[in-house]
Design a protein around this ligand. Sequence first.
Ligand code: B16
Ligand code: MG
Length: 219
Amino acid sequence: MIKGFIFDLDGVITDTAELHYVAWKNLADERGWLFDREVNDKLRGISRTDSMRVILEHNNTSLDEETLAQFAKKKNDIYVASLDGMTPEDYLPGVKELLTNLRIEGFSVALGSASKNAVKVLEQLNAKAFFDVIGDGNSVSKSKPEPDIFLYGAEKLNLQPEECVVFEDAESGIDAAKAGGFHSVGIGPEERLGHADLRFDSMEEATLFEIKSYFKDLF
Ligand code: B16
Ligand code: MG
């Protein structure tokens, strides 16, 4: 039976991709690295350090670990400052309604994000009360496509993976959910999320009614 839901943050609850883009672009321009929205899209769901490596690879460049960490920090300082402008108006359409309905119906809810800034984002949205457990980039060491962040959430909710539905917008996030034995819902295009159990173009379509209709034998 499905008793819990685990949500990715960026691209599912709110769209921080643009803020990540602006912060990386700022750093890239300063360093003279090539960086565009296509490269930014490859950073979806992957950790800050791994994102830095993707950008360096795109520029056929490498850095020692210490310099890489310095640049990643610089990007993060820009990104975190930009989060101050985020408000409770910045949920993706449909998300607040879904989270509210899950609360009304008494489901357990966890966050399962790769971001080390997840708490700050939830605070800006005033969303912390929707979650029983917050799993973020500080909770586990192995990032998606490893299932660790979702296993962390399920364990803290006292649920088995097969009792939880994971919501994800990243290919690596659906890989992680499947590797952990979770039910999965992909938010985004078929080309990226065709391997999810159920997929919607946007969170607006992902109502509790639709989810219950699809997983009907499990409710
Ligand atoms: P931070 P998610 C991910 O969040 C983002 O999609 C990804 O672009 C970002 O690099 C990663 O968090 C790390 O974020 O630099 O704030 O620690 O989609 O897993 O919620
Ligand atoms: Mg995401």
